[in-house]
Design a protein around this ligand. Structure first.
Ligand code: SF4
Length: 155
């Protein structure tokens, strides 16, 4: 898996102060997508062990307390990305048990299967569904368009 951006301190993608990772690769092709360069799986740079360690370290940092990790993209739940993110989310719940995990995906919750479903027990908040330009509303919190739903599993 590649990623496009990592923000170690972020206050706009989810509640509280967070770490945010924008992964590469998405096949939904939404018209009006805010980040078309994220569609390619080869965009950005490889997500390696050092990056995984950095995220864990940042989440454990007591100087700047983070509420959790946000995973966006691209699509973190594309099966290729979910496969690569599964070890990370497992580690976070083991090594940073008080941190929450938010995920933005173009897949509907009801469409998830296989490795995507394996991610679910580790996700606290899922914002699902494609971006639909006709339903776009800048006033929406955490969502781009009104069809998208915020599923709070544990918060
Ligand atoms: S799911 Fe997100 S990243 Fe993928 S095309 Fe739609 S808006 Fe863009």
């Amino acid at each position: 898996m590649n990623y496009l951006q990592y923000y170690p301190v972020d206050v706009v993608n989810g509640e509280g102060t967070r770490c945010t990772l924008f992964v590469s690769g998405c096949e939904h092709g939404c018209k009006g997508c805010y980040n078309q360069k994220s569609w390619s799986f080869s965009a950005g740079v490889p997500f390696d062990h050092a990056m995984e360690e950095r995220i864990i370290r940042d989440l454990q940092d007591t100087r700047i307390k983070r509420q959790g990790l946000s995973l966006s993209g691209g699509d973190p739940l594309h099966p290729r990305n979910a496969e690569a993110l599964l070890p990370l989310v497992r580690r976070i719940k083991e090594e940073c048990p008080d941190k929450d995990i938010w995920v933005w995906s173009g897949y509907r919750l009801t469409e998830l299967e296989g490795v995507q479903l394996q991610m679910l027990p580790y996700i606290d908040v899922l914002i699902d569904g494609k971006f639909i330009k006709a339903l776009a509303d800048p006033a929406l919190l955490w969502r781009g368009s009104a069809n998208q739903l915020i599923h709070r599993f544990k918060l």
